[in-house]
Design a protein around this ligand. Sequence first.
Ligand code: BDR
Ligand code: CA
Length: 316
Amino acid sequence: MSKKAILDIDTGIDDALALAYALGSPELELIGVTTTYGNVLLETGANNDLALLDLFGAPEVPVYLGEPHAQTKDGFEVLEISAFIHGQNGIGEVEIPAGKSTAQPGAVDFLIDSVNTYGDDLIIIATGPMTNLSAAIAKDETFASKAHVVIMGGALTVPGNVSPWAEANINQDPDAANDLFRSGTDVTMVGLDVTLQTLLTKKHTAQWRELGTPAAIALADMTDYYIKAYETTAPHLGGCGLHDPLAVGVAVDPSLVTLLPINLKVDIEGETRGRTIGDEVRLNDSVRTSRAAVAVDVDRFLNEFMTRIGRVAAKA
Ligand code: BDR
Ligand code: CA
C-alpha cells in the first residue's frame, strides 16, 4: 500500500524535481502540495506547482497557499543568489503553460487536518523554509506528536551554503526550524551533508531530452539552467546538488542514507543564527525525536532518481 504524502515546497528547480520524483514513486500517494516562499515568492511558487502538476499529468493534486514570510519578519524578498540559481520565475526561465486549477488558501489547516486524519500513514516532505510547519505546531498542540516529517535543510557535518554555518532553507526562518526540532516532532533531516554528494550532470538531462515529451524537455531545460548556475557557484562539484529530490528519496526509502539519531536544534541567537546542531538540553534523553542523514548511497539514489523522473517525463 502506498503512503500518503504532502510536499511543502518553494518551487524552485530542485523542488520541481522533487515533485516529479514524488509523482514517479508508486510508494507515495501525493494528496496535496503546500506552498512556501523561499526560492521565489509564495504566489510564484504556487503557480509553478500548478503548472508543473498539469505538465506531469497530475492536475488533480490540490495546491494550498502557505505563510508568505517568516513570522518574525514583515515580508519577504527573493535573494539575488536564489534568482541566480533558479531564475526569476523559479524554474530556470522555462516557459510552461499555466495550470488550469487555482491554489486555495489554508496550507496550515490542510497540514493539520491531514495529520489528524492519516496519522502514521502520512509523510510530510518539506523542502523550503519550515514556516508552515511551525505554524501548524503552534495552532494544534497535538500536531508535533502525530506528524512524521522529512526535511531538506540544514548542515551538520559540512559548512552551510549561505554562510559558513547556515543552509538556505533553515536560514530563511531559523526560529521556525528550531520550533520544529524542539517540538519533538519525528523529523528526518536530509541536509547538505548528503545532498551535495548527489550530483546531476548534463549527461543525465540529455537522456530526458531524448524522450522528447513536453515534460521531458521542460525538465531538461530547467535542470540545465540549474547545472549552469552550479558551474559558477560551486565549480568544484561538477554537477548540481539534488537537494530536494533526495528528501523525497529518503521518504520513500530511508535505507538510501545512513541516519544518525540526534535531538537537533537551530541556533536562533548570535553570530551563528541559522546553524543546525545537537540540542545540548536533550543530549542525554533516551528518546531521539530527530535524525540526520550523514552518508548516502550515491549510485543507488541516482539510479532511483533517473528511473522515477524518467517515468514522469516519458508519460507526460
Ligand atoms: C535548498 O535551498 C533551496 O534553494 C533549494 O530548493 C533547496 O531546498 C538547498 O539549500
Ligand atoms: Ca527548495
